[in-house]
Design a protein around this ligand. Sequence first.
Ligand SMILES: Cc1cc2nc3c(=O)[nH]c(=O)nc-3n(C[C@H](O)[C@H](O)[C@H](O)COP(=O)(O)O)c2cc1C
Length: 440
Amino acid sequence: MQHNAGFTRDDVVTAALEIGVDRFTMGKVARRLGVSTADLGRTVSSRDDLLVACLERVSADATLPPTGLSWQDYLRRLSDSLWDVLDAHPGLDHTLINLAWAYVPFMSVAKRAHNALVSGGLRSEDAYLALNYTLSTVLTAHQQAVAMAETVESDRQPGRSERGIDVATRMWDERFGDSSAALGMRGPNELHSGDDTDRVPFRPKESWLDRGAMAPKLEVIIGGFSSLSDVLSGAGSNGASRGPSPASQSNDTRESSVNTLVLVFHPNISESRVNKALGAAAESLGGNITVRYMYDIYPDFNIDVATEQAALLGADRIVLQYPMYWLSCPPLLKKWLDDVLTFGWAYGSTGTALHGKELLVAVSVGGAGSAYGREGAHIYTIHEFLRPMQGTSRVIGTKYAVPFLSVGALEITDEAIARRAQDYAAVLQTPELPLLDIFG
Ligand SMILES: Cc1cc2nc3c(=O)[nH]c(=O)nc-3n(C[C@H](O)[C@H](O)[C@H](O)COP(=O)(O)O)c2cc1C
């Protein structure tokens, strides 16, 4: 909105970001815009108000990695993206570390990253922790890199400046380097008196000016979470998103005690590659897992509502398995929803029949994972296209599990399908599925 003074709140935010989130003052912003500090009051109420607007702008502009990556690759790409954002906004690292509430405007972006990690195979709790570790590591490594690159006036040669890394290197060499050792210059502040070679890794390196100090730490984090949750390596490399890792969800692979109803909605299951394999994997589990091929049962679309409702009542977990068609579902599934989830039974004040049951959608998607998400051809994420299912789950009171996605289904290899089927079987045997939260 244009204001009398000829500048907008957006202009004020831009000016503050140009000055730097940790160093702008209302006076500096006003001067940059060529207006008085009092004029600024028409668009922002305080410095904190302006800072929130700055952080919201940075958050809205943030580009996340594409979906469909393994959680390991997602974390790597995410840390790179975050580093770029920090480079683009001097002082942001400092603000995020030192200001208690500064992370709050980034929550929706963090949640999207969390979802991508879960879709990439990490257990939900681990994904939160992995994000936390990664963000702290990137922030501190970046802040350190900035300090190393910053030039300061030399205390040795007045009038000349030197970079932080040069001062640090000189100081390190004076204390621990060979020449200083020969001159007997080791001071009382020396860390310890062991062999000098064991300190060499601590000698400043030029790579610390960029991501050199961050990358190895990130690999340690990834390694830690891999062993913690025993996640299988190599997820996503074959075009198949691994979805919630069976191993990460539970170590318990004994026969499931969860009564599970798998409803497969595929118009042509005999020609199917992915859904046929997933259906077969589910069938092979036997026990209390029932698989029904709905297009075979209802070739004329004449759904027997009483039979369907009885089947649902007997299940603790309902799985809707289908290929994505036109960013939605095959028509029989839509009709099944319309016919079976009746008022007073599935929703409405007395419609509590399905309350508390788990609902898992298992969807195969022809497009590559990278086609979904803000940078992909479809712009929206798969989770966003699945919102009607998630919303339906909310209305009927079921617990909406993290969807089991098989992406790149048109070009997926037979080996990848076989792995996907194994993962599906393991997910179906998991005692309790991770849930996708409401804005996930
Ligand atoms: C009518 C139709 C519509 C489709 N729409 C989409 C779509 O919107 N997005 C997508 O990624 N794939 C789409 N596909 C590809 C299917 O999702 C893909 O062929 C299927 O998941 C592969 O699973 P299957 O091997 O079990 O058949 C569509 C396919 C058909 C036949």
